[in-house]
Design a protein around this ligand. Sequence first.
Ligand SMILES: [Zn+2]
Length: 471
Amino acid sequence: MTLQPDQAKREVFASHRPTDSEYRAARTGLLRGALIASTLALCIGAAALGMVPPTPGAAELPEQILRQDVVAVPPGAALTEDDPAPASQPFIAETRIRSGDTLATALNRLDLNDPALLAFLTRDPKARSAYKLIPGRTVQAAASQQGELQWLRYVHTPGGEGMGRGVARILEVRPNAIGGYSASEIEQNTDSLVQVAVGTISRSLFAATDDAGIPDAITSQMAEILSSKIDFLRDLRRGDQFRVVYEMRGHEGRIVGAGRVLALEFTNQGKKHEAVWFSADGISGGYYSLDGENLQGAFLQNAIKFSRISSTFGIRKSPMHGEWEGHAGVDYAAPTGTPIHATADGVVEVAGWKSGYGNTVIIKHRGKISTLYGHQSRLADGITPGTRVSQGQLIGYVGSTGWSTGSHLHYEFRINEKPVDPLSVVMPESQPIEPSQREAFALATSPYRQQLQVLASFQDNVQDVSSVARR
Ligand SMILES: [Zn+2]
């Protein structure tokens, strides 16, 4: 085999990717649109600095560019060939909100110049979502052959979430019977597009996920899902591998954002961790190991959330050090102000100054376990002794108070008030999948098992190929 790794990658992925050409076309279109939008934003910015008189509308913009932005969908585009009445189809125009847009300028680009419409949008409480124009979001208008407005839609939340599924939230405005307008909020289901990716860590997790084309939102989810198993800020090693199945969401032919991770396998320091999404009722759900172990109940490995920023902190690692008596734990170097999160549910026992620890929070958990978070610049609002906190809740911010030589979080995992190495302790078990749901779980997760297997064998082959190539 003389297959190059890249080539192999492309070929295998081609068989996993959906063949829906509309999506690919839409993605290309989206990219192009984004390029045009950013060019325009630059032009507008420059114009604003040059104090061009604020002529309403976009008349001063080159007409050529405007035509690219406002796309008139051909009347027959959504019809089959046999459809007899294209004449009754509305003309649909669309524009994207640009930064600095007002309602007036956006409507102007759609050739909607009725002052009553503008007045309605700015005043009617049901049109609230139009008060905030988000750059990049779309506004569409449908007009009859005679040029009368049929509806106006502002897709303010294209990648929303509702009752366990992806939805687009849209403000719709229509002319009413008495010569005015009425507004309503509508929801449309978004499409789910399943993607797969594999990666090997050489520099950082984000470098590997970037290479694999995985969006940041998915990378963060990967770290969050396994945050009770892996301390992503300290434990990652060169050669660690991941395989992931995730969904992207689409609305009206556009990718509108990342959905959720559906299945994940992460080999960290030779130990394999797996996670699959499972929802018993289709509304709420969680991540489980393939054996049905709940991944959400245990302690998080880290009180600082893994992110593109935190992953570059250059974690100073000194577990179980003892610079002074009673000071034994793990230090995480991080800039002052970095949020600190509770690693498990519990009740705040200490919230305030504690000698060498500086501003400190101690949380009491089940079974004589407590966690300590020291040297904070300040505590989060509402964190006082007796407060109940949940896993992942913000409790304070990194600082350098107390006996500290630089901004960092000092974290202790304690049993009977004595700091211990969390890795040496058997963590309390979290609730596994209910016996009554075992069958449903096996059924729902078996496609993911298979996908992960296929990905794993593919990844092994790519490794073989690249090691041969290196020889
Ligand atoms: Zn320390």
